[in-house]
Design a protein around this ligand. Structure first.
Ligand SMILES: [Zn+2]
Length: 354
């Protein structure tokens, strides 16, 4: 399919000038939500990637009268009351924004998942997701970051359906090593890991998460993945190209590990960072060395450590770190990467020439 037009951009319209004498085109015409068409091929890819069982939930069109939230419920056939099953039409309606569905992680027939999703919607949620994404990368685990109403969802795809228990073990272990809080037992705020159960009983469902690429009824907008253009084609292409975790890899990541008894371990920032397993190659991540960050467009913005040493950057916004890949960062005041690395006490090692 052809690429759809970009949102309103005055630079691409020569006649859009304040003093133009020509008849003005109403600006609104250019910013209308582009119509999305979910082709058969896109629906098929979506099913391959996300649908692990046919049970699903649907987000209500109307908010709860008291609480104002758009809750999810399991849809049933009006006449018989039988639970509806996902089909191609449901998926295409979801992708086209006509309805919004929730997807279950675990298939009770084999207790396996096709994906793992990490949901975070608290203050600094994005920072934790980026940190997880970065460290997943050191295991060569690709992940896709999806925006959400208050934070984001980080998705990992699996080469074949893998045991929910091991998926959870892997992410819990990683979060614990990084000092990323996990919601539950004691902690009010933290990441939520889907699947939320090791096993579910026959006839049970576990927890559903909003199906990606649909329109959130409450926010009345679509949340996209970072890293690809905002069209269904580009987004699906981006997702299907991500490397998927194999069973052998997951076995290796979880060998000899067990979920902590209380699942959640308290957050010990300092200990967690120095508590890395021996022999694991840890890469430098600038996000581990800066203070409070905020997201501005495609970047995290924060105080530049090198400027700070020189008593500059009072505004705390000189350093921009690319959200999609924190290996890329830039100080607007001109500090070099070498200066920044030296300022945080992690100078860039001098490369040895073979
Ligand atoms: Zn600087």
């Amino acid at each position: 399919m052809r690429g759809l037009p970009r949102p309103f951009d005055r630079n691409s319209i020569p006649n859009y000038l304040a003093h133009s004498t020509q008849r003005k085109v109403p600006e609104r015409r250019w910013i209308v939500e582009r119509r999305m068409v979910a082709t058969h091929a896109l629906v098929k890819e979506y099913v391959n990637l996300f649908v692990n069982r046919r049970a699903y939930t649907i987000q209500s069109f109307r908010p709860h009268p008291q609480r104002g939230r758009h809750y999810y419920y399991r849809p049933t056939e009006r006449s018989s009351g039988a639970a509806l099953q996902l089909n191609e039409k449901t998926i295409s309606d979801h992708m086209e924004g006509k309805i919004t569905i929730g997807l279950y992680a675990i298939n009770p027939a084999n207790q396996r998942c096709k994906w793992v999703a990490i949901d975070a919607d608290y203050t600094n949620a994005m920072e934790d997701l980026i940190k997880l994404q970065y460290h997943l990368g050191s295991d060569r685990v690709d992940s896709a970051l999806e925006m959400s109403k208050r934070g984001g969802h980080l998705w990992i795809f699996l080469a074949v359906p893998l045991l929910a228990r091991k998926c959870r073990l892997y992410i819990h272990d990683l979060a614990s090593r990084l000092g990323v809080p996990v919601k539950g037992s004691g902690l009010v705020e933290g990441i939520e890991i889907f699947p939320k159960h090791d096993v579910i009983a026959a006839g049970a469902f576990g927890n559903a998460i909003r199906g990606p690429l649909g329109i959130h009824r409450g926010a009345k907008r679509r949340f996209w993945f970072y890293g690809a253009d905002y069209t269904l084609e580009a987004q699906m292409q981006f997702l299907t190209r991500l490397r998927r975790v194999t069973e052998e890899e997951l076995d290796r990541f979880t060998a000899g590990k067990e979920l902590p008894a209380n699942i959640v371990k308290p957050r010990h920032e300092a200990a967690a960072m120095s508590d890395k397993p021996r022999g694991s190659r840890t890469r430098f991540c600038i996000l581990d060395h800066v203070g409070k960050t905020r997201i501005l467009g495609k970047n995290h913005v924060t105080r530049c450590p090198s400027c700070e040493k020189a008593g500059r950057d009072r505004g705390g916004d000189n350093l921009a770190i690319l959200v999609a890949d924190p290996r890329f960062y830039l100080c607007w005041a001109g500090c070099t990467k070498e200066m920044i690395r030296a300022a945080v006490g992690e100078p860039i090692p001098v490369r040895r020439i073979a």
